[in-house]
Design a protein around this ligand. Structure first.
Ligand code: S3P
Length: 427
């Protein structure tokens, strides 16, 4: 597919799609709670639809009417043994969090993914769930999907997380909700806290003190009305596009600004970006983001900020190719086990367009600024790599051909339409 090329400026306003992490969790909490959960602004993209399909196979009634998704929860005990293999598609969040839910259910089930997800590591979730008492087996006794789960009575554990991962933390918390006693999870660095927030929102009790989380099992959760804010991880592509394309001025409306997700704003501001936050909606942790074209300087990105911007690193790397100086991204080895190896994919594809990026063991070294030129590039089947490359294509007049653009449907089916609307006066 030929990508949109050099643009004069991105102008106007946009409501970005709903948050993917919150959409997944709203279906999951709806399913394990008692009573009706209504979800407004649910993200209808492939990943979240995988979660819906999984819970339907577990016997949960989920219906969509007038843009509202209604989940009829019957508690954990209302989940039924599936008669088919559960399919998480491309979604790591679906697979890992559902494993935590299945760990406490007294039946056998098998969950698989697509060719990308079936190569992603699952021991990080299987290990702690086994300690709690569940039996989990990967394909041919490996840690890779399909994973068969034989759930049952669980006991609470004390778990020091060896990696910073909200998916692992959430899987343990879903299991802990079904376990006897109080589970303690100690994070390595604070990762997105949507699961903890939703436990409270659905009427549960959870103690959080910095990196220590404590949760007692057998609590009764009750269905709620959820309003999903916009996804800052989707907004990120337009933030960087507006910064890099001259004469741009954008307003991104109702973007989720939960502090565990706003690492990208901190980094871009440090790089010199003109970004202002207005119209704060504290109840839904959302705000409007105003962004204008800016001259960027390099910076160092590493340490505890990494989990707060993990999904934004490919687009931040693009920003760094246009910044003055050398940007160092480190402590981000987790990028290697995302939908694709995002360190290699970002470096290889942007280097084809003229960037100067060295891939390292735990990140990238990016020398900027470098002009970008046309090339044939590949999304590697990864939605965020595909969107990042489209933003890169806006910086050149030459043809950029993208293989596998359909990967973008994983999180943002209207991405090209929305971008096209903001492009004014194309050269
Ligand atoms: C997610 C957590 C992150 C992130 C993913 C969504 C979540 O993964 O990359 O896109 O919703 O919990 P890890 O927990 O593996 O870092």
């Amino acid at each position: 597919m030929r990508l949109m090329s050099k643009s004069k400026g991105l102008l106007g306003e946009l409501v970005v799609p709903a948050d993917k992490s919150i959409s997944h969790r709203s279906v999951m909490f709806g399913a394990i709670s008692h009573g009706t959960t209504t979800i407004h602004n649910f993200l209808k993209a492939e990943d979240c639809l995988s979660s819906v399909a999984v819970f339907k196979k577990l016997g949960v009634s989920i219906e969509e009417k007038d843009e509202v998704l209604t989940v009829q929860g019957k508690g954990f005990e209302g989940l039924e043994q599936p008669t088919e293999i559960l399919d998480a598609g491309n979604s790591g969040t679906t697979m890992r969090l559902v494993m935590g839910i299945l760990a406490g259910r007294p039946f056998y089930s098998t969950i698989q993914g697509d060719s990308s997800l079936n190569k992603r590591p699952m021991e990080r979730v299987m290990g702690p769930l086994r300690q709690m008492g569940a039996e989990l087996t990967g394909n041919q006794k490996t840690e890779y999907p399909p994973i068969t789960v034989k759930g049952g009575a669980l006991k609470a554990i004390q778990y020091q997380m060896p990696i910073a991962s909200a998916q692992v933390k959430s899987a343990i918390l879903f299991a802990a909700l079904q376990a006897k006693g109080e589970t303690t999870v100690i994070e390595q660095a604070c990762s997105r806290n949507h699961t903890e927030q939703m436990i409270r929102q659905f009427g549960g009790e959870i103690k959080v003190e910095d990196k220590k989380i404590q949760l007692t099992g057998n609590q009764k959760l009750t269905g709620q009305e959820i309003h999903v804010p916009g996804d800052i991880s989707s907004a990120a592509f337009f933030l960087v596009a507006a910064l890099l394309v001259p004469e741009s001025s954008l307003c991104l409306r109702k973007v989720g600004v939960n502090p565990t997700r706003t690492g990208i704003l901190d980094v871009l501001k440090k790089m010199g970006a003109k970004i202002t936050q207005t119209n704060e909606d504290t109840q839904n942790q959302a705000a409007d983001l105003l962004v204008e074209s800016s001259t960027l300087k390099a910076c160092e990105i590493g340490g505890e900020i990494i989990p707060r911007l993990i999904d934004e690193l490919p687009i931040l790397a693009l920003a760094a190719t246009q910044a003055e100086g050398t940007t160092i991204i480190k402590d981000a080895q987790e990028l290697k086990v995302k939908e694709t190896n995002r360190i290699d994919a970002t470096a290889d594809e942007l280097n084809k367009m003229g960037a100067n990026i060295e891939a390292t063991e735990d990140g990238m070294i990016i020398h900027g600024p470098t002009p970008l030129h046309g090339a044939a590039v590949d999304s590697h089947g990864d939605h965020r790599i595909g969107m990042m490359l489209q933003i890169a294509a806006l910086l050149t007049n030459e043809a950029v051909e993208l293989t596998n653009p359909e990967a973008i449907n994983i999180s943002y089916p209207d991405f090209f339409k929305d971008l096209n609307q903001l492009i004014k006066g194309r050269i």
